[in-house]
Ligand binder design. Structure first.
Ligand code: NAD
Length: 355
């Protein structure tokens, strides 16, 4: 019989973290979950609102860099598993202001690793303890159109302050296994999309701008390629890694769905034209506007996910067509969720990026 876990989920009020909390609460009803989240601009307690009455879920507002707080939580909640999502996650913000990325992504990850190491050293039965560090394929750098997809042994070549900070944290997680034998595992995943995705990211940005009749800013020539994965599939992958993965291992996670940005935006326009009544501009693709390219914009990311498939039996279940349709429907049904997020801070950021 599977042993119940007590999991600390950092960044559990963000996009992927909150989807993971929903997945875990639905799947492992007797596990205990503690969410630690600083509620930065990207964190939102509304993402967990439907779980408010769940007795096994505790929410703590706080910073992963706060060592005393982390020590106390590991102890008081009797944590055996960490699923570490908390991060500054947006490339465009890392170009404008990289400092917070180093603090949270590097110093914050280090703080968690140190706290977990101290606790793990003192545990009498740490066999099933795990520290999962959730990371990105962006650490591998950029591919040309004909290059083979990233594998777990592709050398790191991060190009943005965001991916460089994630690369730093990946190296720390890896070193804690090699140096101390601590049961860390790393996942490097491609671009996610789905419910609770903050409006600044490509897919929600396009959905929301179509609904508001605002221009759809596409960077450069729109030919950049990303590999898209529906967020629920990512959560299932993290689940198999926590429950069946080998300590010290890295697993690449991807959807095998490479799409050019411009094609993705056109697909979203078509879906919106079909599903949304009374759009301010129709057909909505008239809103597409090419804007100055992002500095250092990576051309292509693609993931080879054979290791997690062969060793742990995970494959994505959602298609890009199905996942985009579900996502568009979600944004149409949940304007109460996204409207309050278009704050003055958001508008200031938006004006800086698309000036
Ligand atoms: P997000 O920005 O939506 O959420 C990040 C969460 O972390 C927020 O709730 C925020 O409040 C919290 N946070 C930030 N700084 C914190 C701090 N110092 N202490 C405590 N909490 C803090 O990000 P996301 O898209 O959900 O990404 C989650 C993780 O997955 C990140 O580590 C990211 O690098 C990784 N990842 C994301 C993608 C993607 O496509 N979004 C793909 C691969 C990997």
């Amino acid at each position: 019989k599977r042993k119940d876990r007590s999991i600390l989920i950092t960044g559990g009020a963000g996009f992927i973290g909150s989807n993971f909390v929903h997945h875990w609460c639905n799947t492992y009803k007797s596990d205990r979950l503690t969410v630690l989240d600083a509620l930065t601009y990207a964190g939102n307690k509304a993402n967990l609102a439907s779980l408010e009455n769940n007795k096994n879920l505790k929410f703590v507002q706080g910073d992963i860099c706060d060592r005393t707080l982390v020590d106390n939580l590991l102890e008081s909640e009797d944590i055996d598993t960490v699923a570490h999502f908390a991060a500054e996650s947006h490339v465009d913000r890392s170009i404008i202001e990289p400092g917070a990325f180093i603090q949270t992504n590097v110093v914050g990850t280090f703080t968690l690793l140190e706290a977990f190491r101290q606790r793990w050293n003192n545990r009498s039965q740490p066999q099933s303890d795990r520290f999962l560090h959730v990371s990105t394929d962006e650490v591998y750098g950029s591919l040309e159109v004909d290059d083979p997809a990233f594998t777990e042994t592709t050398p790191y070549t991060p190009n943005s302050p965001y991916s460089a900070s994630k690369a730093g944290s990946d190296h720390l997680a890896r070193a804690y296994f090699h140096t101390y034998g601590m049961p860390t595992m790393i996942t490097n995943c491609s671009n996610n999309y789905g419910p609770y995705h903050f409006p600044e990211k490509l897919i929600p940005l396009m959905c929301i701008n179509i609904l508001l009749g605002k221009p759809l800013p596409v960077y450069g020539d729109g030919q950049n390629i990303r590999d898209w994965l529906y967020v629920e599939d990512h959560c299932r992958a993290l689940d198999v890694v926590i429950n069946k993965g080998q300590p010290g291992e890295t697993y690449n996670v991807g959807g095998n769905n490479e799409v050019k940005n411009i094609d993705l935006v056109e697909q979203l326009c078509q879906l919106m034209d079909e599903l949304a009544p009374n759009l301010p501009v129709s057909p909505s693709k008239e809103l597409i506007t090419f804007v100055k390219d992002r500095a250092g914009h990576d051309r292509r990311y693609a993931i080879n996910a054979s290791k997690i498939k062969n060793e742990l039996g995970w494959t994505p279940q959602e298609t890009v067509e199905g996942g985009l349709r579900r996502t568009v429907q979600w944004y149409l049904a949940n304007s109460d969720w996204w409207k309050p997020l278009l704050s003055q801070e958001y508008k200031n950021y938006y004006a800086k990026v698309y000036s």
